[in-house]
Design a protein around this ligand. Structure first.
Ligand code: CAA
Length: 248
């Protein structure tokens, strides 16, 4: 019940999909949880109300994480309304799937900017708070697609592999200062992103998952709770795979 009590967390992409479930699970385990969203204010407000129902503090902040100026403003806003963070969960991500032969420059740029530069911007903005806490945690949500590739996702795979390299380098820099930096790499999880895969392709993917099913957002969220908790004090620079055996 209280595996992450007294932590003050920002979950990016917290209004839907995996991020929503991470925000709720951290709150149920005792954390105050701010969420960043881009479009969906009504869903973000619902998440805030659910977190308040379990007795924790929550505020939703709107920001485009691909823009450093917006993330700097987000930091000011979080400092004045929520307080300094000790934990950051970089979960916000998008996909713009296309075979590489048809991929446009915009599809490339958008995915790299949101998924990879977004992680850079948010980490850059909050790293000082997190390290100063003396027990900081950064958890970055990558994907098995960043490890094994996927047809139609050159842009997404590059961004998600980038997150793994980013994490390993930063983990080395921050380990002496008491902050851990880890990756959670989900496989195909039952979210709107996966529901958007054409049925024919979805069936082919399912056939490649040894456990024979897609994962749940809750399963991903509980692995984040673990990495934020004191049970994971000695884990840094790691990639925790949740993929039903699809990539081992
Ligand atoms: N494997 C091998 N070849 C494939 C393929 C696949 N999975 N998908 C497409 N191709 C090749 C085939 O040659 C195919 O021709 P046939 O259908 O005759 O075999 C050809 O590409 C054309 O395929 P489409 O008609 O589907 O082409 P399209 O341009 O309309 O769409 C696509 C291509 C965008 C890749 C589409 O198939 C698609 O959206 N696929 C799903 C991509 C995917 O898995 N996304 C994951 C989203 S979830 C996520 O990202 C979360 C996470 O972290 C895991």
């Amino acid at each position: 019940m209280n595996r992450v009590s007294n932590r003050r967390v920002l979950v990016t992409g917290g209004s839907g999909g995996i991020g929503l479930e991470i925000a709720l699970a951290l709150a149920e385990e005792g954390a105050d949880v701010a969420i960043q969203y881009n479009h969906n204010q009504s869903e973000a407000d619902k998440v805030v109300r659910s977190i308040e129902k379990v007795g924790r503090k929550s505020i939703a902040f709107k920001a485009q994480i691909e823009k450093m100026t917006e993330v700097s403003a987000l930091k000011e806003d979080i400092h004045s309304k929520f307080g300094k963070l000790d934990t950051l969960v970089n979960c916000a991500g998008i996909n713009r799937d296309s075979l590489f032969s048809k991929m446009t420059d915009d599809q490339w740029d958008e995915v790299i900017q949101v998924n990879l530069s977004g992680v850079y911007h948010c980490t850059k903005a909050f790293v000082e708070d997190i390290v100063d806490s003396g027990h900081g945690r950064i958890v970055n949500i990558s994907s098995l697609v960043g490890q094994m590739g996927n047809v139609g996702q050159v842009n997404y795979a590059a961004s998600k592999s980038g997150i793994i390299g980013f994490t390993k380098a930063l983990a080395r820099e921050l380990a002496p200062r008491g902050t851990t930096v880890n990756v959670v790499a989900p496989g195909f999880i039952n979210t709107p992103m996966v529901q958007g895969i054409p049925d024919k392709v979805k069936a082919k993917i399912l056939a490649q998952i040894p456990m024979g099913r897609f994962g749940t957002p809750r399963e991903v969220a509980m692995s984040v709770v673990y990495l934020v908790s004191e049970d994971a004090n000695y884990i840094t620079g790691s990639v925790l795979n949740l993929n039903g055996g699809m990539y081992i």
